[in-house]
Design a protein around this ligand. Structure first.
Ligand code: NAP
Length: 209
């Protein structure tokens, strides 16, 4: 699949490397395609990956991953008018200074995003675990869980395939409204990893019996 990843930081790099290694074509949307940082990333991601401006990346693929700080999403999404038919994977977390959740209870960052992208199918995913886990989602050989949600079943099937190709198992939490649950779950991971000092080699796994 051809996947445009907006943002070349921790999450964008990890997802790009992972998917490129599975044969997907990666297009990074970045503020500085020619920068040394981005050129180095392209060599790490491998042949076939390219970097272009953010609007170009959004226009050139039907699967778009948003991996920027949440507070610049409006700027990113307004750079393109036509989002019709695109699958938008929202990996952002609405974090305010002091690691506080900025949105919640009666709405979510993902729902607010979807309201600005008519015709697009927004799927919340890749926000509840650290970027290191995106590169290696196996713990003792067992896949950790990627929680996803969204209103479009076909889009969720595509995102499930993409997450599974990285090695995750996927738990579909429900419609996009359940991003109100998944976004705070990311705060649990952040609190455990950073504030409680467990470190970044931790992950959530849904167990069954
Ligand atoms: N870090 C994690 O483990 C983790 C895990 C799950 C979810 N998240 C969420 O995923 C998102 C990205 O996290 P990250 O750790 O990858 O952040 P990061 O390392 O700071 O990277 C964010 C990237 O966004 C782009 N960006 C920054 N400011 C921008 C602007 N004004 N306009 C357009 N693009 C801009 C930059 O790419 P260019 O310089 O190439 O433009 C930057 O490298 C955040 O919302 C975060 O909450 C993070």
């Amino acid at each position: 699949m051809k996947i445009s990843i907006i943002g070349t930081g921790n999450v964008g790099s990890a997802l790009g490397k992972g998917w490129a290694s599975k044969g997907h074509t990666i297009l990074f949307g970045t503020r500085q395609p020619e920068s040394e940082k981005v050129q180095k990333l392209l060599t790490e991601v491998g042949e076939g990956s390219t970097a272009v401006s953010i609007p170009e990346a959004i226009q050139q693929a039907n699967i778009i991953v948003l991996a920027t700080p949440w507070n610049v999403l409006a700027q990113v999404t307004q750079s393109v008018n036509d989002w019709q038919g695109k699958i938008v994977i929202d990996a952002t977390n609405p974090i305010a200074p002091g690691f506080q959740l900025a949105v919640g209870y009666t709405t979510s960052a993902a729902e607010q995003l979807a309201a600005h992208l008519p015709g697009a199918s927004v799927v919340k995913a890749f926000n509840t675990t650290g970027s290191e886990n995106m590169l290696d989602p196996l713990y003792d050989g067992e896949p950790i869980t990627m929680f996803i949600c969204g209103d479009d079943a076909d889009a969720k099937t595509t995102v499930t395939e993409l997450a599974e190709s990285l090695g995750f198992e996927v738990a579909d939490v429900g419609g996009l409204e359940t991003a109100r649950l998944i976004e705070p779950l990311a705060m649990v991971w952040i609190n455990l990893a950073i504030k409680q000092g467990l470190g970044r080699n931790i992950a959530f796994k849904l167990v069954h019996r």
